[in-house]
Design a binder for this molecule. Sequence first.
Ligand code: ADP
Ligand code: MG
Length: 220
Amino acid sequence: MVLPLALGVQSFDSSQVHAMLLAVADRIIAAEAELSEADRRLGDGDHGLGMQRGMQAAKTKLAELDNSATVGELFGAMGMAMISSMGGASGVVFGSMFRVGTKTLKDSPEAFTSLGLSALLRSASETIMKRGGAKPGDKTMLDALVPAADKASDCAQLPLSKALEQVATAAENGRDASSALIATKGRAKTLGQDSIGHPDAGACSVAIILRTMADCAAKS
Ligand code: ADP
Ligand code: MG
């Protein structure tokens, strides 16, 4: 008997994107203690609570949208809900990661593909660098997001499940590598050398977000 090759899911339609974004929100909400602990080591310990508030608002917003919402509208609504509920710099930083989907995913309203993933992560990285003035190496969430965006460019022709698997691994490697960096931006910059030895809290969030997306694609 010839078994079919496990090719993985090629793309997600908008109802699958809706379910994936809800799974992301639930996973971040469940990680509140872990994210706050990561921020406590380097910052003020509120990252988990901020992300939890943003993701609760995102869930409420996603529940209001009916099934006519396009892929880009779903990402965009999630990002806007995060920006307006979290406030502050981290609201803009993390909200932008999703919000840029309104524009970058417009050309493929019914399908979230690896090409869309690549465009989304590239635009998110550039927008966050422009708005926040940080760059890779400064020990922020960009140390997970930029390697993830680079990997997504390499994987833009693969089925979505295969691309997300590699992108999530790149984000996790970036998160792990952020431990060795000295913080130069945000609250942790006052720690100097003492910031070495722990991963950045925002990089932990990025890794969770992308791993949850990969898990959703692997299960489909
Ligand atoms: P706050 O710093 O206001 O307490 P959070 O604790 O919610 O906000 O978020 C902190 C995370 O935000 C950091 O771990 C870092 O990853 C990210 N961050 C902070 N400033 C920037 C920036 N300028 N660019 C990119 N990410 C940033
Ligand atoms: Mg904080």
